[in-house]
Design a protein around this ligand. Structure first.
Ligand code: HEC
Length: 172
């Protein structure tokens, strides 16, 4: 009877959908996390600002200035720009469908210094080589980057500073 047993056609279509989704996710993750070289090459080409990592932090602002927490909040909740809520949840009551793959961003400003937050956004792989979190300020060591995005970090140095300034306000 229809409905009592799944038709073979439907289940293979579903299997295909799952396989396609898994492949898309793997490709997306690979574009963020593949490769291993540090960004000296890109920095030498002048594409990224230089920064110094001290322990688990980048103590100095990438721009030399403080970011704007309001702009940073807008970047974090924007599904095209920061995409943070794909994985994270956070204190953004107006946002439906927040992520469940990563720690809640609530209280991050109390847990981490600005410098620690900066390194986590710039290149989380430096702290955890297997992380699924994208390196937001890195242009090398990536694969399958669409031509329009090649040579450009996901966020600009200014946007990184805005995000750091916002996260620093999440203190409870
Ligand atoms: C593809 C999933 C993904 C996306 C997108 C993502 N993150 Fe993460 N993030 C993680 C995971 C997973 C961790 C946990 C630590 C790890 O695996 O490196 C993490 C850790 C963090 C941490 C440290 C949190 C803690 O309390 O330990 C901060 C801060 C952070 N992310 C901020 C952001 C911001 C801001 C954005 C957007 C600009 C973002 N993340 C986008 C997956 C993601």
């Amino acid at each position: 009877m229809a409905g009592s047993t799944p038709s073979p056609r439907k289940s293979s279509a579903e299997r295909f959908r799952h396989a396609a989704l898994a492949a898309a996710l793997a490709a997306g993750t690979a574009s963020f996390v593949d490769g291993g070289r540090a960004q000296e090459g890109a920095q030498a080409q002048g594409k990224l600002r230089r920064y110094a990592v001290v322990a688990d932090a980048i103590p100095e602002s990438l721009t030399g200035a403080k970011g704007d927490p309001e702009r940073g909040r807008a970047i974090v909740v924007n599904r095209q720009v920061g995409l943070c809520l794909l994985c994270h949840s956070g204190p953004y009551p107006e946002e439906k469908f927040q992520g469940t793959l990563a720690p809640d961003l609530k209280g991050t400003g109390a847990r981490w210094s600005e410098g620690q937050l900066r390194l986590r956004i710039v290149d989380a792989r430096r702290l955890n080589a297997d992380t699924i979190m994208p390196a937001y300020y890195r242009v090398d060591g990536l694969t399958r980057v669409a031509p329009a995005f090649q040579g450009k970090p996901v966020l600009t140095a200014e946007q990184i500073e805005d995000v750091v300034a916002h996260l620093a306000t999440l203190r409870d």
